[in-house]
Design a protein around this ligand. Sequence first.
Ligand code: NAX
Length: 329
Amino acid sequence: AKDPVRVLVTGAAGQIGYALVPMIARGIMLGADQPVILHMLDIPPAAEALNGVKMELIDAAFPLLKGIVATTDVAEACKDVNIAVMVGGFPRKEGMERKDVMSKNVSIYKAQASALEANAAKDVKVLVVANPANTNALILKEFAPSIPEKNISCLTRLDHNRALGQIAERLDIPVSSVKNVIIWGNHSSSQYPDVYHAVIDGDKPVREAVADDAWLDGEFIKTVQQRGAAIIKARKLSSALSAASSACDHIRDWVLGTPEGTWVSMGVYSDGSYNVPAGLIYSFPVTCSKGVWSIVQDLPINEFSRKKLDATAEELVEEKQLAYTCINE
Ligand code: NAX
């Protein structure tokens, strides 16, 4: 039998946490033959709720779940973890300035970066979900210099899956028939959902199948960009089950590899590919093999796409500057 993998979920008493931890304990993230030990972190005001989640995990009697660490101590939570899914953060509340939210998250991610660096397994893989996801991941990278930059990522897989879903709905085909959409850039409404390279049934271009450029260049993009807001409007709560499921997809593909001929979207540290400024956490098309992601190279980018890749990069440059202002204050 395999040794258990230690998986940290921060913000585990929250909505995404509640959907995510049972998926991990059922083997959806790391495979049906991979035992796990769950590490769950939340803050003291949520300690009682966190303990309730722990009680339910015990009650669910998951065969793969070999242990539970539920704590409000960051160092304890990070001890020897192999995978860290960072869902905890400071949410934007009505009337709050962007800078105030950034400042709160900068201090959280700075502290958690140090805790991971000091306590996690040396080859820990980190996925940041909490918003602003790309910039939180960048802060984490900057303050955990001994964690390789290749091991730090943020979640744009939900946006990727939303794009697959919209194409499937439009064509009335199963979502499994659609692949190779791309989310470029920031996990925000400036993201660019790109279907120029997407295909259905293995090789038919999505643009040919849909045969409606106005829809693809307009409503489709907007729907994906605004999907989070639409979910809040409908549910009066933000996306949780889809976010949790996509976080599992992200880690599973990263650890176990992407299928041949398929790429996915991940927010990763830019090396300057596609003329995206180096030093940002930016969502790219990636393939994964043996636990390592690589940016898919040499896709042709037309003028329409170029503008959108640049606009979302520009927003990330601004976020980075704002984050640094907060660090230096
Ligand atoms: P909730 O408010 O339900 O849960 C957040 C949890 O984090 C709470 O239990 C809170 O006590 C805890 N927390 C706060 N500060 C913490 C800290 N310093 N250490 C540990 N835990 C801490 O939010 P939820 O709906 O679960 O969303 C979590 C985050 O995911 C939010 O930042 C949200 O914006 C972000 N999202 C990101 C998505 C993505 O695709 N990247 C999509 C879904 C989601 O909106």
